[in-house]
Design a protein around this ligand. Structure first.
Ligand code: TXA
Ligand code: MG
Length: 322
């Protein structure tokens, strides 16, 4: 049920149930991060393999020491700059957080979300919340309460409605293997923003290929329909079909597709990010038989969108789109 009843959400969390939680990135499926039974329900509802660890959400930076054994200076620096916000830090885990949350890893991902409703929920509940994106495993992340309901339906008793997500992409994940900051997943904080604080930062070549940072599975964020990626307008025009849907950006006119969704006519990559999952979902639910998407320039959030597009297209039946 979609609702704005925070008290009810808190009561459900105390009973060990899961609730849908709006954040500035995407909607999460939240449960008490200190309860194995509650966390197990997240995996069951999402049909998520238990080797894919969850992110632990905190109400503020001062909560980190409750869940992490160490908070290295570089991690603190990033937290001070980007929290509350779309950044997840990988830190050594304390025993308060059960191993199920971290999939047996000695580390956990922690993040302080800035959505006011997520903040209120965390403060009222008083404990950390484990929350993956509220989609079925491998599917398109939800950026509205309605999208959560479509993904998970009756399995979730309450979905808090906090409106459409401001950022629209998941958090950027930074790990500190041997003290060196490394981007494990590109997301709502761009590479350029991280570099403005740290100087250079390592970007894992195939971040999602690493077992400890799944999301990490090659096919992810996947529509049901075949999806083909194209690199430029010429290629985009050569794939026109009335039965095909296209996800584009920019002001150049594109005709000949049955459906056309424009991420950002003005090439504003933040706007493109905010529209991305919602438009991909609309195309997946619409009448087109298959889909084409135009890659974005590798700048700002464009990089994170491209990464998701590649993953969404991976495993799509090639040859369906000519
Ligand atoms: O923006 C977000 O991060 C959203 C909202 C709800 O906060 N959450 C989210 O969760 O995207 P999820 O479960 O879809 O992705 C979490 C990913 C995992 O797939 C894994 O890659 C990484 O976080 N992760 C979690 N714990 C980790 C750890 N200890 N080491 C490495 N990666 C970890
Ligand atoms: Mg996810």
């Amino acid at each position: 049920m979609i609702s704005q009843d925070l008290e009810k959400a808190v009561a459900l969390l105390h009973q060990g149930e899961c609730v849908g939680m709006p954040t500035e990135t995407v909607y999460g499926l939240a449960a008490d991060a200190t309860s194995v039974e509650a966390v197990a329900k997240i995996f069951a509802i999402k049909n998520r393999p238990t080797f894919d660890p969850l992110i632990v959400h905190l109400s503020g930076i001062e909560e980190v020491e409750r869940v992490a054994l160490d908070f290295p200076p570089l991690a603190q620096k990033l937290a001070e700059r980007f929290w509350p916000g779309p950044l997840t830090l990988i830190l050594p885990k304390r025993d308060l957080i059960p191993d199920l949350v971290s999939s047996g890893l000695p580390t956990i991902g922690v993040r302080v979300p800035r959505h006011p409703m997520a903040q209120s929920l965390l403060q009222k509940f008083g404990k950390p919340l484990a929350a993956p994106s509220a989609n079925r495993f491998g599917r398109i992340s939800p950026t509205s309460a309605e999208a959560v309901e479509k993904e998970l339906g009756e399995a979730v008793k309450l979905i808090l409605d906090g409106g459409p997500c401001e950022i629209g992409l998941e958090s950027t994940i930074v790990g500190f293997d041997q003290g060196t900051p490394t981007i494990l997943r590109l997301g709502g904080i761009s590479l350029e923003e991280l570099e403005s604080v740290l100087g250079t930062i390592r970007l894992e070549n195939h971040p999602h290929a690493r077992p400890q940072a799944p999301g990490q599975i090659e096919q992810h964020y996947a529509p049901r329909k075949p999806l083909k990626l194209v690199n430029n307008l010429e290629e985009l025009r050569s794939h026109r079909e009335p039965s095909r849907g296209a996800l584009i950006w920019g002001e150049e006119p594109v005709a000949g597709y049955g459906e056309l969704f424009n991420l950002s006519p003005k090439k504003n990559w933040n706007e493109a990010a905010a529209n991305f999952f919602q438009m991909l979902r609309a195309l997946d639910d619409g009448p087109s038989l298959d889909l084409v998407a135009l890659r974005l320039p590798e700048i700002g959030l464009g990089r994170a969108i491209n990464e998701r597009l590649s993953r969404a297209a991976h495993g799509s039946v090639s040859g369906v789109v000519h």
